[in-house]
Design a binder for this molecule. Sequence first.
Ligand code: F6P
Length: 600
Amino acid sequence: MDTHADLLGLGSNIWMVLAVSLLLSIAAVVLATLVWWRLHRGRVVAAFPDAADDPPLDQASKLQHEFEKNNRAADDVLINWSPETLRQILATELPDAQVIVVSNREPYIHNLVDGKVKLLVPASGLVSALEPVTRACSGTWIAYGGGSADRLTVDDNDRIQVPPDKPSYVLRRVWLSEEELQGYYYGFANDGLWPLCHIAFTRPIFRASDFEMYEAVNQKFADVVAEEARNERPIVLVQDYHFALLPRMIRQRLPDAIIITFWHIPWPNSEVFSICPWRERILDGLLGSSIVGFHIQFHCNNFTESVDRFLESRIEREDPSISYRGSTTLVHPYPISIEWPPAGFQNQPDAAECRREIFERFGLAPDTRLCVGVERLDYTKGILDRFMALDEFFQKNPDWIGRLVFLQIAAPSRGTLAAYQQLHRQCLNYVDEFNLRYGNDRHKPIILIDEYHRQEDICRVYRAADICVVSSLHDGMNLVAKEFVATRDDEQGVLILSTFAGASRELLDALIVNPYDPSAVGDALLRALCMPAEEQGERMRRMREVVRNNNVYRWAGSMLVDAARLRKRNEAYEAAEPTQRPEVASNVVPLKGKKKGAAR
Ligand code: F6P
């Protein structure tokens, strides 16, 4: 019996040892595959700020070491994305590279107010994402100087060191005439491309004179990029739909540059895109880039489909890229984000204090539940739609009338365009009528503030809220959703988020809604109002984790790592025997080194 029992025990021990070994082997294979994949994809670099005391290790061992040390989910510990990570990527993977950012909107605007120069940080998702990145890279940012005191504050070369309180990079301002601004910015970019790319059912307006001006202004910026480039191989980060033609123009001036173009808004399907009279020119311009980035895969697919339909090209779907006119452009998703921790939200009062302040400022009764919306006054944001949803909510749930207030911050934007003026009027009228219906002299259920607010003020609004509503009809990403989550270190508050905002792909613990369905948005409001504090905490914790990990340094870092990958691929191409070279070169291959017939 004993012997039998011993044998049984021994037998089960052997099985256990075998099982454990098998599990360990599987884990090792999975980890090795993950490490290989990430290295192969170029997403990981030797960037471990806290590994200074560790013995020297190669990249793969570092990853393994880090994994074992922290014993946390591999993806979380691979890289702690921070400004330091970006600096290390630049130092190790792209040594001596000059980073040049090009955008229409400048990060710091100087205005003359009552005879004094006043600084303004614009309400722009693009600015809040790129500013910390440019700071970390000590780069050069080229942008339109639109402030009334901008010319007074630059040096003889139209440059100014920013941020003003702690200069770390150069802002180079480009001057535009009223006519240029009208045609390029208001005209083709915002009357044409903006409604074309957003499905918000506002008709795009295309005028040949606007496109001509758009082209001329893109050329002007290309000249400035060439002027600012310290060598032949800068990394140029072209931002947004204001500059669709710029990548090709830069490529002509600086053939060896790495040009990464990020399109901050959605890309429509090819049928919608086809209505643009200059569709081939737009695609050709963008394909001057080494990489074209969108927030989500869906927009990458739409872009690729548009190229497939309108240009003679070869499309590679595995490592998604487009070969066109003898060179290749990668098409990748890079979900944009905010810095973590967000500098603008530091040193702000806690949630309880913010709530006290905001309630006092707007004269709200202590038991009021507060919903907030924060955005530019833009028809893509679904501001009217959320008011209509509130209407439906009150009709279905009249016991909430008098107990719920919607505070809408709507910064005026592109105010000379008819579509924006009309929206502004509609919002004011709707709110007046709504407040007459559901409010009285002392209580206004919708408070609409159509003014610009500083980041610090917005942080207080977010922290004071029970619910934040982001009901965009269409949005590339939407950083308000991420900012709201970032401010809620009390781990309370509910986010109601449109399924048509890119952020809905990441913030799965928001209440995801179809903004076109007022009844569903109303139901989400009720659910948010009734959500227990514990559930709010669980959801908010998970969303904060997502935003912390997928922060803006990861967004920029992934692009830089891909840029380094391209540069290495290019060097390998150059080093290879001509007969061994791939048929189509990457878009950073210098013209002189290319195969016959491969020149652009
Ligand atoms: O969403 C696209 C975008 O360019 C953002 O990146 C930016 O925050 C916003 O539009 C601002 O627009 P504008 O510069 O026209 O005020």
